[in-house]
Design a protein around this ligand. Structure first.
Ligand SMILES: Nc1ncnc2c1ncn2[C@@H]1O[C@H](COP(=O)(O)OP(=O)(O)OP(=O)(O)O)[C@@H](O)[C@H]1O
Length: 147
């Protein structure tokens, strides 16, 4: 986004809309990731092959993606030995919960080892989500699964 010749609101919105039409729901503006809710499943964006690609790739080398943000945070944590935070913000229904699930999935994939009873840490973390959602989420006018 920062490479646009004219950085003004119409240009920014047009760029996001054109990318969205191609199912390119992620766009960088500097090192911030903008995600637009696709309101449809895009499994090819989140499969194991994608996770493998983003693992250790330099930020900006591949298409903008939530995995790239998670990868930078994970590597900074490992290299510097300090905690890292990823801020996910947006209005109700924007996709924060789904985005966070993808972040968790990728982080569990990076840090996971085969665990108890043959189930990986990744599986265990992800399997806890429906339980947490059952107690913590509710349907609202803006989101069927609001937190
Ligand atoms: N990356 C995505 N891929 C597919 N569907 C998505 C994605 N992000 C959001 N959605 C869809 O949009 C719905 C609302 O998203 P989500 O629950 O993540 O919003 P939210 O920002 O957490 O809202 P709230 O603040 O109300 O909890 C999801 O139930 C899902 O159907």
């Amino acid at each position: 986004m920062t490479k646009l010749s004219y950085l003004h609101e119409p240009g920014v919105l047009h760029n996001l809309a054109m990318r969205y039409e191609l199912n390119e729901i992620y766009t960088y503006t500097g090192n911030i990731l903008i995600a637009i809710n696709p309101f449809q499943r895009l499994p090819h964006l989140y499969d194991t092959h994608m996770m493998e690609q983003y693992k250790g790739a330099a930020f900006g080398e591949l298409n903008p993606h939530v995995f790239a943000v998670a990868d930078v945070a994970y590597r900074a944590m490992m290299n510097e030995g300090k905690s890292n935070s990823i801020l996910v913000s947006g209005e109700s229904g924007a996709g924060k919960t789904e985005t966070t699930k993808m972040l968790m999935r990728y982080l569990a994939y990076l840090g996971g080892r085969s665990g108890v009873e043959g189930r990986t840490v990744e599986q265990q973390v992800l399997e806890s989500n429906p339980v947490l959602e059952a107690f913590g989420n509710a349907k609202t006018v803006r989101n069927n699964n609001s937190r």
